[in-house]
Structures are given as structure tokens and as C-alpha cells.
Design a protein around this ligand. Structure first.
Ligand SMILES: NC(=O)C1=CN([C@@H]2O[C@H](COP(=O)(O)OP(=O)(O)OC[C@H]3O[C@@H](n4cnc5c(N)ncnc54)[C@H](O)[C@@H]3O)[C@@H](O)[C@H]2O)C=CC1
Ligand SMILES: CC(=O)C(=O)O
Length: 303
């Protein structure tokens, strides 16, 4: 493991929480923090380095150029939603920030893996794939991994089994057009919809709760960061340890001509395979609608 460097661009709430979660997993030798707010980087480095007794991961401030040479580059720089604001409403501000951040890191090391977190994550991933000058399968977004964690948490409570033992995905946009692939959800090889604890009416209630969760957290405390911190640290571990985990991630889907979340295999080389998950007719329609809505936004930002 010696020598793995993870750069985090944007040292605000999300960037610092991702750094902290990576440090607790002890999978990287060094974390490089970059932010336009130098005082924020200074404070985060001082604070995070106090965890030194329980981790061997070092943390320091760095330049964009150093970050561009890291093994994994995580982009969290940018504006966050105000209460009631949608993720897509951030696009104008965060497109400009992404352009300047990628430009400042260039030339990016050809083997680097880039993970997009800033919102709207699907659109920004698409743009980053065009700008970064590294292979497309090495640039992906956290997508609906966090929403899927939210889904499995709710199902775990209902079925009284561990969230890890539930196979179910939120797919499409990490945003308002996302949907749950109920028809393929299962526990112990048994379709979720066949469990007596799970009622038809639960689908709509659960889907609404997941779609609204970020809005509810932002209304209550201004930002979400623990969930994405934990999810992103596990993605970094999957890359550095070549775990080949299957996660719903923002990837380019050839058949849809855009970037959105479908299950994908993640390992040392980045996205190593994109899976064509079986969907019923209404779910297929929702995936296509999600793609159409993202394509409309992406069309305005083509480089
Ligand atoms: N994909 C996901 O599941 C999630 C995405 N997010 C997104 O993450 C982003 C960050 O959220 P927070 O950390 O809460 O915001 P924050 O405001 O706490 O931090 C953002 C940081 O970006 C920095 N920044 C701005 N322009 C920069 C530049 N050109 N170079 C380097 N740093 C720059 C700011 O100085 C600030 O420190 C938002 O877009 C938010 O919507 C948040 C939670 C989950
Ligand atoms: C902010 C955001 O994208 C989330 O918590 O899902």
C-alpha cells in the first residue's frame, strides 16, 4: 500500500469528511488537500492531523499540480445547495469551478483515477471526462451510491436484516429523476417484492424518502457530508485495493449516450465493467427519462 496518494480538491465539509473517512480506513499513505481558501486548508490539516495516533495516513496542503499527479483525485470543490435548491441549479457555478480546477491540475497523470462528488455530479462527470485528458473509464462520479445506501438503510429497518445483505439499487441521475430498480431487488436470492414485510405501497413511500433525504438534511443543518464521506472512502479503498466492487456509479452508458448511474465494477484501473441491469418496462422508461433530462443539460455545456 505504501505510497498511495489521494488528492481532494475542495476542503469544505465534504472534502474534509472524505479525508477523515479515508484516514480511518488506513488505505492511503498521504492525503493532499487543495482549496482556494488557504486558511481553510490550513485549519483542516491541523484538525485532521490530530487523528495521527489511530492512522498512518498523513495529510497536508498541496498545489493543484501536485494533486494532478495523485493516484486518486477527488473533486468536491464548488457551491452546495441552499435549502430548497436542486442539484442541477448549481451547474453554472460548478461548471466554471470544475473547468478551472482541471485546467490548474494539467497535465494529469495518465494512470490517475478521478472521482467527481460536486453537484450536479452526473453532468460534471460528463464534462470532466471531456476535459481531463485521461481515459474515460478513469473518470466517474459517486452518482447514486449514496442514494443506494439510503435505500438499503430503509429496507434494512423494514426487513430486519443487514443493509449489506440487501441487493437493491437506486439508478439514473443523482438528483430528482432518480428511481429504484425494484424488479431486480433481492435478499438471499429471493425477490424483495415477495417478502410479506414489504407492501406494494412501500415503494412510493421509500422512493420519496430517498429523493427528499438530501433536501431534509440541508433544511435542518445546511449540508450533507457524513454519508458521502463514508461512501467515497469505500470507493477509494476499492480502487487502491483492487476490490472490484460493484457499485451504482456515474459512468458513461453507450446505449444512452450520457453519464448516469448504473451498476459498475470498480478496481485499480477505475471502471472496469458497466453492467446492463435487468429492468422492467416502467423502470426502463424511467432510466431513459433520466438520461434525456441529463442530456438536455449536458448539451448546453459541451466543450
Ligand atoms: N455527490 C454527492 O453525493 C454529494 C455531493 N455534494 C456536493 O459537494 C460539493 C461540496 O459541498 P460542501 O463541501 O458541503 O461545500 P463547502 O462549501 O463546505 O465546500 C466547498 C469548498 O470548495 C472550495 N472551492 C470553491 N472553488 C474552488 C476552486 N476553484 N478550487 C478549490 N476549491 C474550491 C470552497 O472554498 C469550499 O471550501 C457541493 O457541490 C455539494 O452539492 C455534497 C454531498 C453529497
Ligand atoms: C447533497 C447531495 O447530493 C446528497 O446528500 O445527496
Amino acid at each position: 500500500m505504501g505510497g498511495s496518494k489521494v488528492a481532494i480538491i475542495g476542503a469544505g465539509s465534504v472534502g474534509a469528511t472524505i479525508a477523515y473517512a479515508i484516514m480511518l480506513r488506513d488505505v492511503a499513505s498521504e492525503i493532499l488537500l487543495v482549496d482556494v481558501a488557504e486558511e481553510v486548508v490550513h485549519g483542516q490539516v491541523l484538525d485532521l492531523s490530530d487523528a495521527n495516533l489511530i492512522t498512518s495516513t498523513k495529510v497536508r496542503g498541496a498545489t493543484y499540480q501536485e494533486a494532478g499527479q495523485a493516484d486518486v483525485i477527488i473533486i468536491t470543490a464548488g457551491a452546495k445547495q441552499k435549502p430548497g435548491e436542486s442539484r442541477t441549479q448549481l451547474i453554472d457555478r460548478n461548471y466554471k469551478i470544475l473547468q478551472s480546477v482541471i485546467g490548474a491540475m494539467k497535465p494529469i497523470r495518465q494512470q490517475s483515477i478521478m472521482i467527481l462528488i460536486s453537484n450536479p455530479v452526473d453532468v460534471l462527470t460528463h464534462i470532466a471526462q471531456q476535459l481531463a485528458d485521461i481515459p474515460r473509464n478513469q473518470v466517474f462520479g459517486a452518482g447514486t451510491f449514496l442514494d443506494t445506501s439510503r435505500l438499503r438503510g430503509l429496507l434494512a429497518q423494514k426487513l430486519e436484516v443487514s443493509a449489506n445483505s440487501i441487493h437493491a439499487y437506486v439508478l439514473g441521475e443523482h438528483g430528482d429523476t432518480q428511481f429504484v430498480a425494484w424488479s431486480s431487488a433481492s435478499v438471499a436470492g429471493k425477490p424483495l417484492l415477495s417478502f410479506p414485510e414489504f407492501k406494494e405501497g412501500d415503494k412510493e413511500i421509500i422512493e420519496k424518502k430517498i429523493a427528499n433525504k438530501a433536501y431534509d438534511i440541508i433544511k435542518a443543518k445546511g449540508a450533507t457530508y457524513y454519508g458521502i464521506g463514508a461512501c467515497t472512502a469505500s470507493l477509494v479503498e476499492a480502487i487502491l485495493l483492487d476490490k472490484r466492487e460493484v457499485r451504482p456509479l456515474s459512468v458513461y452508458v453507450d446505449s444512452l449516450g450520457t453519464v448516469l448511474s448504473v451498476p459498475a465494477k470498480l478496481g485499480f484501473d477505475g471502471i472496469e465493467r458497466v453492467f446492463d441491469i435487468p429492468l422492467n418496462e416502467p423502470e426502463r422508461t424511467r432510466l431513459e427519462e433520466s438520461a434525456a433530462s441529463l442530456k438536455e443539460i449536458c448539451a448546453k455545456y459541451h466543450t
